[in-house]
Design a protein around this ligand. Structure first.
Ligand code: SF4
Length: 166
């Protein structure tokens, strides 16, 4: 699906808007998710995520999605799986040194990020991948993160006491 991947990067701004909408919708559904239980939802949601992102981005389900900070170019398609690229081997024409038939995912990331709001946050350094999360849903993880932040903002004393007791 290489051509579709390039198509998505060319439309990085549109993808960013769609993603923001998806995120809002998923967060709005969070109370339902919490009732059902995230563990129960993990497999079906991960399957949907894998299908949708597989088609659009050649997603490898790393479980820690960085698309919004990599110009909608999935870093896991880099043959070296570099999360903060590019490496020093990019060819002068912008192609990959390992797969000469493929444009460097980081050259594509830069192009895509220039189409996004705030330059796609390309300056943010990505942390090393946690292999325990491979195959899991980034969407659900993001919903839980946002919900935890919202809850911490509403109850700052709880958060402070949790931190001091841990
Ligand atoms: S960064 Fe990870 S979750 Fe996001 S598209 Fe790439 S492999 Fe999939």
């Amino acid at each position: 699906m290489y051509k579709v991947r390039l198509w998505s990067i060319k439309r990085a701004r549109m993808m960013e808007v769609l993603y923001a909408f998806l995120e809002k919708s998923l967060v709005a559904c969070a109370p339902v998710f919490e009732r059902i239980g995230y563990d129960r939802l993990e497999r079906p949601v991960a399957a949907v995520e894998k299908t949708v992102k597989g088609v659009l981005f050649d997603c490898q389900m790393c479980g820690q999605c960085a698309l919004s900070k990599t110009g909608m170019s999935c870093p896991m398609n880099c043959p070296k799986s570099i999360r903060n690229g590019p490496c020093g081997g990019v060819r002068i024409d912008g192609y990959c040194e390992v797969k000469p038939e493929m444009r460097c995912v980081w050259v594509e990331a830069w192009t895509g990020s220039q189409r996004m709001k705030n330059g796609g946050d390309m300056s943010i350094v990505q942390v090393a991948i946690d292999h325990r999360l491979i195959g899991s849903s980034s969407w659900l993880r993001e919903v839980r993160r946002i919900r935890a932040e919202e809850s911490a903002a509403k109850n700052p004393t709880d958060t402070a006491s949790n931190i001091s007791s841990s």
